[in-house]
Design a protein around this ligand. Structure first.
Ligand SMILES: [Zn+2]
Length: 297
């Protein structure tokens, strides 16, 4: 599908920005991919709001098929860091809503839901990957439905908080997704989005080599373009912050393999030898953002 208008503000006539079209390969479609600098189309830029997106989108059916098959054992070894990252997100949500029912759309293996449950939230998740949903249910005992994120059968107006963690940048129609979120939220409820910040200094400096330029990302939001989209869909942004991810040192160094496999192997070997490979590390590159927004009544 050729995109003729900006996904964030609707302005027609998108300008060429980065030539990154390439072949994804199977490895490129898992969350821990290191196929940096490759996308399913070239990236174009909106002259109105600065939003960036692919020049044409893969079909939603094709994307859903890829997510249904996604599996990544690597992620489970990173549980400690993922749970720490989740607690930061929950702290940000709880500044605006005290608790109640929390829905995680695209919950992957369920670490955020597990942390939320421990803090007293009543939790529900939706996850298209059969492997990830099964882990969330069987290993963590969570209520997670293996379905498409935005057509899953859920109670309308029932949730006090909805989390979209690393989701909206994958969506061909993010406006429709926010409309569905608005429908599911209770009055006064908030949505919490975590995503790469394509307007960050680092993203602009690295261009096509930025690690968030990967095959499954079809939208490249800036702080400004996300605010524009939220306001157009009836949300009031309450809080914007950077959102570093905590992983082990070894995991970060392995990702360097997306640029240079020999350098990555050397770094991992050195980190293992000195005993730091397993340490949790959350460097803030300031190229990821977390936005909390309230549904306008
Ligand atoms: Zn725009």
């Amino acid at each position: 599908m050729t995109a003729t208008a900006c996904s964030a503000c609707g302005t027609p006539g998108l300008l060429p920005h980065l030539r990154v079209r390439g072949d994804a390969g199977d490895q490129g479609l898992i969350p821990t991919t290191d196929a940096f600098g490759t996308a399913l189309g070239d990236i174009v830029r909106c002259r109105g709001c600065g939003h960036m997106q692919l020049d044409h989108f893969p079909s939603e059916d094709r994307l859903l098929g890829l997510y249904e098959d996604a599996a990544s054992e690597d992620y489970l070894e990173e549980a400690e860091g993922q749970r720490l990252t989740a607690r930061i997100a929950l702290g940000r949500i709880e500044r605006h809503v005290p608790g109640g029912r929390l829905l995680d759309l695209g919950c992957w293996v369920g670490f955020l839901l597990a942390e939320a449950r421990d803090r007293g939230w009543e939790t529900t998740g939706v996850e298209p990957s059969g492997w990830a949903a099964a882990y969330a249910r069987d290993a963590l005992g969570l209520d997670v439905r293996e379905e498409d994120l935005f057509s899953a059968d859920l109670p309308v107006g029932a949730f006090d908080a909805i989390v979209l963690g690393d989701v909206i940048e994958h969506l061909v129609d993010p406006a429709a997704a926010l409309d569905r979120v608005a429908q599911l939220l209770a009055p006064g409820g908030v949505v919490h989005l975590v995503l790469p910040d394509a307007g960050s200094r680092l993203a602009r400096w690295m261009g096509a080599r930025w690690w968030s330029v990967i095959p499954t990302h079809v939208q490249y939001f800036t702080r400004g373009s996300l605010r524009t989209l939220l306001e157009r869909r009836g949300f009031e942004p309450l809080h914007v912050a950077t959102a570093p991810k905590v992983f082990t040192v070894g995991y970060y160094l392995e990702r360097v393999g997306g640029y240079s496999p020999p350098v990555a192997r050397g770094l991992v070997a050195a980190a293992t030898a000195t005993g730091v490979a397993g340490h949790a590390w959350g460097p803030d590159f300031r190229d990821r953002m977390a936005v909390t927004a309230r549904r306008q009544v």
